[in-house]
Ligand binder design. Structure first.
Ligand code: URA
Length: 273
């Protein structure tokens, strides 16, 4: 075709091609410009690696360490803290430092114990109520006053000068549950190691378990009407389930059975010597 065109016609056609953007002279063979670009990039990489100082040669990256999720078990934590306590004062401090039980946040006081720790009889109640939360001592409300009269009737009190004439008293839970609701099983489970340590440090001759919650926690059984008055065993000690004095205030007719239980307790103390 070129032979048929004049010089000026060919020049005009070339100008037209350039205007259209055809500014590169194409050869006879096809050219793969993608492969060309990749080859150029590779050449640059090799040149950069050769120029880099030896210390900056990048090593394959180590896999990041696996994320460790630490599970805190409130019961194991309670057991560790309780077992580390060598005295009742240390146990009190360990409970005060224990943060897993939600009841602690809503309570005014930590109610630890009252009476004489050297006493032969240790009473285990349920949980502080309003009066106990206010005063920081167990069984100081109406139920507590009845309890004092019941034990006074067999010659035992919190303040007796001789341990033989005294009792020692605590609860399964040291903090008042809101609105005096029943303690939850998980609250009982996490505070039980402290109760067990409390008994081990006080070393009573026998235990009195006041009401269903105390029986559930210490014996794994409920049904106080059936359990009361019959000796059981827990933590290697004789344990007497009794009606809770708050129950006796609501059901005065049950006081007769409660009196029988007090006599049973007194007889056991005499027989133990
Ligand atoms: N009831 C309990 O079981 N404990 C107390 O301290 C008061 C009431």
């Amino acid at each position: 075709m070129a032979q048929d065109m004049s010089y000026h016609a060919m020049l005009a056609a070339l100008d037209f091609q350039v205007e259209l953007g055809a500014d590169y002279c194409i050869s006879e063979e096809p050219l793969d410009r993608y492969a060309q670009a990749e080859a150029e990039a590779e050449r640059r990489r090799e040149a950069a690696a050769a120029a880099a100082p030896a210390s900056s040669i990048s090593m394959p990256k180590a896999a990041p360490p696996p994320v460790q999720v630490v599970q805190v078990d409130p019961i194991s934590d309670a057991r560790r803290a309780a077992d580390a306590a060598g005295t009742l004062e240390e146990l009190h401090e360990a409970i005060a430092a224990y943060d897993h039980c939600e009841l602690k946040k809503g309570a005014r006081s930590l109610v630890f114990s009252d009476g004489r720790p050297e006493a032969r009889v240790m009473i285990i109640g349920e949980a502080p109520g309003r009066d106990e939360d206010m005063q920081g001592k167990p069984f100081v409300g109406r139920a507590g006053q009845l309890l004092d009269r019941m034990f006074g009737a067999i010659g035992l009190s919190r303040t007796a000068p001789e341990p033989d004439g005294a009792f020692y008293i605590t609860n399964i839970l040291p903090w008042r549950p809101p609105q005096n609701r029943d303690p939850k099983p998980e609250e009982i489970a996490m505070m039980k190691p402290f109760v067990e340590r409390h008994v081990a440090l006080a070393k009573p001759d026998l235990l009195v378990l006041m009401g269903n919650i105390s029986c559930q926690a210490m014996l794994g059984r409920r049904g106080i009407t059936r359990l009361r008055g019959t000796w059981a065993e827990t933590l290697g000690l004789p344990a007497l389930p009794m009606f809770h004095p708050a129950y006796l205030l609501r059901n005065p007719s049950a006081k007769r059975e409660a009196w029988a239980d007090m006599l049973e307790l007194s007889a056991r103390l005499r027989s133990l010597g």
